[in-house]
Design a protein around this ligand. Sequence first.
Ligand code: ADP
Ligand code: MG
Length: 608
Amino acid sequence: MAIMILPPDVVGKIAAGEVVERPASTAKELIENSLDAGATDIRVEIREGGRRLLRVIDNGCGIPHAEVELAVARHATSKLRTADDLQHITTLGFRGEALNSIAAVSQMTILTRSASEETGAQVRLEGGQIVARESHGAPPGTIITVENLFFNMPARLAFLRQPQTEGGHIAEMIARYAQAFPERRFSLLADGRLVFQSTGSGALTDVLVKVHGLDVAREMIPVGVFGENRPPVGVFGENRPPASLTPTVWGYIGLPSQHRANRNHITFFLNRRWIQDRTLTYAVLEAYHTFLPVGRYPLATLLIELEPSLVDVNVHPTKAEVRFRDPRAVYRAVQKAVHQALIEQAPLPSVTLPAPTPGWGQPDGWEERRQALLNAGQAPQQPELGLPRSALAPAPLPTPDEQGVAPWPAEPPTASDLPMLRVIGQAGATYIIAEGPDGLYLIDQHAAHERILYEKMTAEMQRHAVPSQALLEPITFTPLGHHAGLLAEYAAVLNDLGFILEPFGGHTYLVRSVPAIMHRADPHQATQEVLEGLAQEEDLVNDAREARLVRIICKRAAIKGGQTLSLIEMRELIRQLEACQSPRTCPHGRPTMIALSAVQLEKFFARR
Ligand code: ADP
Ligand code: MG
């Protein structure tokens, strides 16, 4: 194909795809705009999970008549003037892309009135083109209505999930912003029903009650130093700590007994921007280390305050990932704040010494630690306060049955037949040496990691919640001739597994995301290998193919033999393996480990 510059509408759609992935990302951009506009009351209305209609109503500063049309132009923003301003961004938006992107892929109506003007202005756009404009009476503030999202992008439309799933993502998004901005009031109306509302009281605890329910929220532990110069917990506003050169961390975390099946309940805000950061999640997990049963995760809402020039928020179009100038300082601050709160405030599990066991004995107090861990997992719930739940508890986000909006998913606890293992070291950069209560274990790190990823991904797939990792730059991918049909046929399955592929003309696809567990792989090669795997066993029926795809992805994503691991990495790997249902074999049925019992060792060394 000869080189040509793409026409503006194609460029617009490509760009839009980066910012507007689904209804929830649209809601996120509009809510951020309302927050930047100083709104104290933000109402979101959705129909059919935001696919039919998504409306955000705010009481912010509004857009002056003369600027309404400019607001939807590409790279039009009132929040940034020079490249230098990028160094110290204090608004949530700054790229000037959202309104333009959303308008390009929907039918959008903006009704807005600036407080200083008598009448409002209304502009209607279809696929990015202005089709109507008029003066219109309106209260001060802005109402943006987005109808039929992706009406002109059938490929993207086809990838949207059921309305309740999309609606659930929107509800999660709103709950997050409500936590970051407890002094503002957020409401969500789904198909005419109020499904979430925060009070705007300024107390983070009030929002946590709405998000987790009263029973959970009232037991959460405050994090952060709240001395004389600190604000009372959970109150923003004038008392808010000033942006600081060293990261300040505060918020609330769950008791060790309030553990959950996944990490989704660990939420971070940086200067009130919701961010995703695996390293910081790990800092929290590390702080909880030995407090939680294996394979279980804590609740945490943590707000990090940091001088804006010490962090780059312009890393990704959705601004969900940021880059810290000193990531270690932030890691330490989070880890320390959480650990301190736990040590000072969490009721410690009682340690009971077990009777001496025949066999391996008790090296280094290992049994005590093991027992403490087991007890922590079964820590008794705090006594009830004796109030009827229904009288006190404002409903947390509803279950799908009640309101048709999916709440956070829950998993059944997993059962493992593997004892708790203590990592001793690594051999040949391929095998992990560990000891358990009954002997010595040699674990194949690749096979073990494959098993962990396989069980994780299978569970995620069943919940239709396989996380995907957006590529910084989408890549184009053209399958080899005989793979083209397969790719078309399996696009939806691949999407379920975290590959976001869009037809891009001819047999070419645009790869926007890969399964999160493959984030380190070369995306082109990864897509290629997955297709090859699919092609190899064409006689398999649908379900078997899906399972096969998961195995291929996990094999590709798992750490390899020959890779040196740190002690922390090995411990994490073993902890995850312990939580697996079938830890002793890899998904292909090969063993993950060799066990040498204490008895065998004693016999071998002729000690008995
Ligand atoms: P950005 O937020 O990065 O500036 P957007 O495309 O999201 O870019 O918005 C463009 C501009 O439109 C904003 O800079 C702001 O001036 C204006 N705007 C958008 N939404 C609102 C709103 N709800 N209230 C007031 N002004 C708004
Ligand atoms: Mg914006």
